[in-house]
Design a protein around this ligand. Structure first.
Ligand SMILES: [Fe+2]
Ligand SMILES: [Fe+2]
Length: 309
C-alpha cells in the first residue's frame, strides 16, 4: 500500500482535516437532514436522474430469473456470463454496509446530537452518504431491466458490524478505514469491468459510470478523511489488520467468484490513489499530501482501460 497514505499528520492538522471534510460535504452534498437521513443536493441528483430518460441495455436480454439464480447463490457466479456476473456483483456490493450503516444510524441519534446547529462529525456525514449507495447501484442495475432486494449479511458479519458500532472510536476507526479501503477498490474494479463489458455501448457506459462514480467519489473521501484524522498507532493497526479483514470480507462477497476475489486482494495490497481515474479524484476529498492533480500519475479512464485489458 502507498506509504504516503499511512503517515499520520500532527494533531492540529488532523483536527483541521476533519473540519475541511465537513466543509467539503456541505459543498458537495448540501445540508444534511439527520431526521429524514437525506442530503439536499443528493436528493436533487437522484430526482434529476430519475426524471431523465436513459439508454437501456439492448444486447441479449438478461431475464430476472437468470439474474436471481446467481444473485441468490443458486449457481456459482463464476459460471455466469460475464455481464450477469458483473450485475450480480453490483447488486451484492452494498449488502454488508447498507445493513451496517442503518444499524449504526438507528443507534447513534445523530438527529438529536446535531440538532440546534451543532456541527456534524465526519463520521455522521460519511455514514449518511452510504444510504445513497444502495439507490445508485439499484439505478445502474435497472438499466438492464433488473431489480433486486438487498441480502442480509450473515450472523458473523452482523456481529462484526455491531461490535464496530460499539467499540471506542480509537479502536473502531482503524477497522472502518480498512473496510472503506476494501469498498473503494471493489467499486473501482466494478467500474473497470463496466468499461470492458459495455465498451460497445458508449451511452449506456457513460450512464453506468455516472452512477458508480458518485459511489467511488464518496468512498475515496471516507478513506482519506480517516487516513488524515487517525494517529500513528491507529494507522499502523489499520495497515496490519488489512489482510485479515480483506480475507473475511472477501469470503462473504466473493464466495462464488474467484476472479473478483483475487482482483480485490491485489488492489487492496497495492492500494494507492493512483489506481483511481483523475476525473474521480478531482471530485473527491483528497488532501494534497496523498495526491495532487499536478503530480497526477493517475490515469484517465481511457488510458486505464487500455493498460488494464
Ligand atoms: Fe460504502
Ligand atoms: Fe464508505
Amino acid at each position: 500500500m502507498d506509504p504516503r497514505l499511512f503517515q499520520a499528520f500532527p494533531a492540529e492538522v488532523r483536527d483541521e482535516m476533519e473540519s475541511r471534510y465537513v466543509d467539503y460535504c456541505y459543498a458537495r452534498f448540501g445540508a444534511p437532514d439527520f431526521v429524514a437521513r437525506t442530503f439536499e443536493k443528493r436528493e436533487t441528483f437522484l430526482e434529476t436522474y430519475r426524471a431523465a430518460s436513459h439508454p437501456r441495455w439492448n444486447g441479449d436480454p438478461i431475464t430476472q430469473t437468470e439474474f436471481d439464480r446467481y444473485y441468490h447463490g443458486d449457481a456459482p457466479v463464476d459460471e455466469a456470463p460475464e455481464l450477469v456476473a458483473w450485475l450480480v456483483r453490483m447488486a451484492r456490493s452494498n449488502a454488508i454496509e447498507g445493513w451496517g450503516v442503518r444499524y449504526h444510524l438507528d443507534r447513534s441519534h445523530y438527529e438529536r446530537e446535531f440538532a440546534d446547529g451543532h456541527r456534524p462529525t465526519a463520521r455522521a456525514l460519511a455514514t449518511m452518504q452510504e444510504l445513497y449507495h444502495d439507490e445508485l447501484l439499484r439505478e445502474a442495475v435497472r438499466l438492464f431491466g433488473l431489480e433486486f432486494e438487498l441480502h442480509l449479511p450473515g450472523w458473523g458479519m452482523q456481529q462484526m458490524f455491531k461490535s464496530s458500532s460499539y467499540l471506542p472510536e480509537a479502536v473502531g476507526e482503524p477497522l472502518t478505514l480498512v473496510t472503506e479501503i476494501i469498498g473503494s477498490v471493489a467499486f473501482l474494479d466494478m467500474r473497470n469491468r463496466a468499461e470492458v463489458l459495455l465498451a460497445r455501448d458508449s451511452e449506456l457506459l457513460a450512464c453506468v459510470r455516472h452512477l458508480i462514480d458518485e459511489v467511488i467519489i464518496d468512498e475515496i473521501g471516507h478513506v482519506t478523511v480517516l487516513l488524515a484524522t487517525l494517529n500513528g498507532p491507529q494507522l499502523v493497526a489499520a495497515r496490519r489488520a488489512t489482510p485479515i479483514i480483506s480475507a473475511v470480507v472477501q469470503r462473504f462477497y466473493h464466495r462464488d467468484s474467484r476472479r473478483d476475489g483475487e482482483q480485490l486482494r491485489r488492489d487492496v495490497s497495492r492500494y494507492s490513489l493512483d489506481l483511481f481515474p483523475v476525473e474521480v479524484l478531482q471530485q473527491a476529498f483528497v488532501p494534497e499530501a496523498y495526491w495532487s492533480p499536478r503530480a497526477g500519475s493517475a490515469r484517465t479512464s481511457a488510458e486505464r482501460v487500455t493498460t488494464a485489458s
